[in-house]
Design a protein around this ligand. Structure first.
Ligand code: NAI
Length: 248
């Protein structure tokens, strides 16, 4: 149970859902953590409950704040080994469709779900190059592999995350940096509570997902943990689904 013993891991969107579950799992496996979120209250409470964790309020759509997270990891622990770029927002719950999609929503969804990953990756790769490598996991989505009508911003951002992941994977593999993406399906978190909390939404999900149920945040955290760990040492540039068979 010491898969990440003494590794230094940074997690964005750590105050809730998948990021929170990852913080708990990574800590169980011995990681020292930098946790980041815009939700200061929940993020601080989580960090205080873990054996080796610091929290930093960070809006991932601001590049200086993404760089500051890496600086905090270096200042606190001397290095950065693992990054889980996971913060994100949905553009639901009522999809307006491409023609009616508000321009401000487009800017916001692209900034928080895609530009954020670019900003984080640059700071993280720079740091990992100094210490001989590391492992980066980005949260994409099933919407990074297929389209869903009505949510062009989310679909475009998550496809972009997959493209960035592959780019960094091929650019820095020789320097010991792995970069992979995960594609969660329908997962029970705050993000999906409106859809999965409604009877109609839950029934649609149950019909569409071969497993017949939504996933739990911990099931996604376990995939991120595996990709982050040395057990995935030859996995690079991959997009791995955890979706109950939805994409199969
Ligand atoms: P969540 O809503 O429970 O957690 C998202 C976290 O990101 C929250 O703590 C929120 O405060 C934080 N956040 C939002 N905007 C931020 C910003 N500008 N800067 C920093 N932090 C910010 O949602 P969940 O489900 O845990 O989502 C995590 C990731 O998983 C997201 O990237 C989402 O797109 C992705 N995802 C989720 C799926 C699901 O079914 N729940 C399916 C596929 C992907």
């Amino acid at each position: 149970m010491n898969e990440l013993q003494d590794k230094v891991a940074l997690i964005t969107g750590a105050a809730s859902g998948i990021g929170r579950a990852a913080a708990l799992r990574f800590a169980e496996e011995g990681a020292r953590l930098v946790l980041a979120d815009i939700d200061e209250k929940a993020g601080k409470a989580l960090a205080a409950a873990l054996p080796a964790a610091v929290f930093q309020r960070c809006d991932v759509s601001k590049h200086e704040q993404c760089s500051a997270l890496v600086e905090l990891a270096e200042k606190t622990y001397g290095r950065l080994d693992i990054a889980f770029n996971n913060a994100g927002i949905s553009d639901g719950p009522i999809p307006p469709g491409t023609l009616d999609y508000p321009l401000e929503l487009w800017d916001r969804v692209i900034a928080i779900n895609l530009s954020s990953v670019f900003y984080c990756l640059r700071a993280q790769v720079r740091s990992m190059l100094k210490t001989g490598g590391g492992s980066i996991v980005n949260t994409a989505s099933i919407a990074g592999q297929i389209a869903f009508a009505g949510v062009p911003g989310y679909v475009a951002a998550k496809h972009g995350v997959v493209g960035l992941t592959k780019t960094v994977a091929v650019e820095y593999a020789a320097q010991g940096i792995r970069c992979n993406a995960i594609a969660p399906g329908f997962i029970e978190t705050a993000m999906t509570k409106d859809v999965l909390g409604a009877e109609q939404g839950r029934q649609m999900m149950q019909m569409a997902v071969p497993a017949g149920r939504a996933g739990e945040a911990r099931e996604i955290a376990d995939l991120a943990l595996w990709l982050a760990s040395d057990r995935a040492s030859y996995v690079n540039g991959a997009l791995m689904a955890a979706d109950g068979g939805f994409l199969a």
